[in-house]
Design a protein around this ligand. Structure first.
Ligand code: CP
Length: 359
């Protein structure tokens, strides 16, 4: 098979940010996701990970991500364990280092959602990965939501028939929600990924809702390499103007995480930032409405738009399953050992721990 070598080369590779993978590697994952989607629809078995175990650590709630990965592991012939803080020793402060070492000795992959506190989640999962012997997948952190963004890119490719986004104007806009401090990871993840494929990405946001500077610096660097562009403006209408994809969603102001009262008061100043049919008419005629879900209906978006003909949110949500399975199969050895005979990179990071001999 043409891309088999590339596929097996991804065995053992962490997926903590799309920015850690080359465009070619991301393309391989999207190709595999397309094949797995076709197999799933046709009812063809695709047990690429028989008897393998994935450990899923969730330090926040989830509908799509948990169920896409859990169902995905079952369909690949393996099993996923759900772990949360309150029913594990994480609540008692068990360290990411120890989690990485111990869970590696029980199974074949670790996936983590840790997205509630700026400055913590990405560092936590990189610490797990440093000590794990198995690949670590980011199920959303403070900086990025890379498995969501892979489904987003897959959906854009299905809708427009190409993953070359050169010249495509995509508007990621802040939108009002009456809820407290959603992570910044989705807009940041979109900025890290889509301009690498050529997109002209416009981020529309009120001035207080700036994204993390170090993440945006990386996004701008990658955009320049990929031929895309990122522009930030403070006008939602202007962002929508001529856009072929609109992706309006709420996120928290970084300086108000931990301060719920002020965060909600600030949000309330921008209630007019809603995606409605007037704004959809400002966008390009063939524009699609996207959202990672769950959406705050009536605040972020009107029912008319999210349930209307331009909305692709359910296709986007479904693609979470197919992209999750592709990432699991590729990183957890579903396409065989690496052709160069190397052990997965993650197994090389940690020096062997001394073992005590039994007397
Ligand atoms: N889009 C997304 O990550 O959904 P969940 O929070 O339900 O997993």
């Amino acid at each position: 098979m043409k891309t088999m070598t590339t596929r097996s080369a991804l065995t053992g590779k962490d997926f903590i940010s799309t920015a850690d993978w080359t465009k070619e590697e991301l393309g391989v994952a999207l190709d595999v996701a397309g094949e797995l989607k076709a197999a799933f629809k046709a009812g063809r078995p695709h047990r690429l990970l028989p008897d393998r175990t994935l450990f899923m650590i969730f330090l926040d709630l989830s509908t799509r991500t948990r169920n896409a990965f859990e169902a995905g592991m079952t369909q690949l012939g393996g099993h996923a364990h759900f772990i949360d803080a309150n029913t594990s020793q994480i609540a008692h402060g068990e360290s990411p280092r120890d989690m990485g070492i111990i869970l590696s000795s029980y199974g074949h992959g670790i996936a983590i959602r840790h997205d509630k506190v700026p400055g913590e989640g990405n560092a936590y999962m990189r610490e797990v990965a440093k000590h794990a012997e198995v690949p670590v997948i980011n199920l959303q952190c403070d900086e990025d939501h890379p498995t969501q963004q892979m489904a987003d890119l897959m959906t854009i490719e299905e809708v427009f028939g190409t993953r070359n986004l050169t010249g495509m104007r995509i508007c990621v806009s802040w939108a009002y929600a009456p809820s407290y401090a959603k992570p910044m990871s989705v807009p940041q993840g979109l900025a890290l990924l889509l301009p690498r494929f050529g997109a002209d990405l416009v981020i529309a946001r009120p001035p207080e809702y700036r994204l993390m500077p170090h993440v945006m610096e990386r996004a701008h660097r990658l955009a320049a390499e990929g031929g895309g562009r990122i522009t930030e403006i403070d006008d939602m209408d202007e962002g929508f103007r001529g856009a072929q994809v609109v992706y309006p969603k709420s996120w928290g102001a970084e300086h108000l995480f931990g301060n719920e009262r002020e965060a909600l008061a600030l949000n309330a100043q921008y209630k007019s930032w809603i995606c409605d049919s007037r704004r959809m008419r400002i966008a390009a005629e063939d524009a699609v409405y996207m959202h990672c879900l769950p959406a705050d209906r009536g605040s972020e978006v009107t029912d008319e738009v999210i349930d209307g003909p331009q909305s692709v949110v359910f296709q986007e949500a479904e693609n979470r399953l197919h992209t999750a399975k592709a990432l699991l199969a590729l990183t957890m050895g579903g396409f065989g050992a690496r052709a160069d005979g190397e052990r997965p990179r993650s197994t090389l990071r940690r020096r062997a721990r001394p073992t005590r001999r039994r007397r």
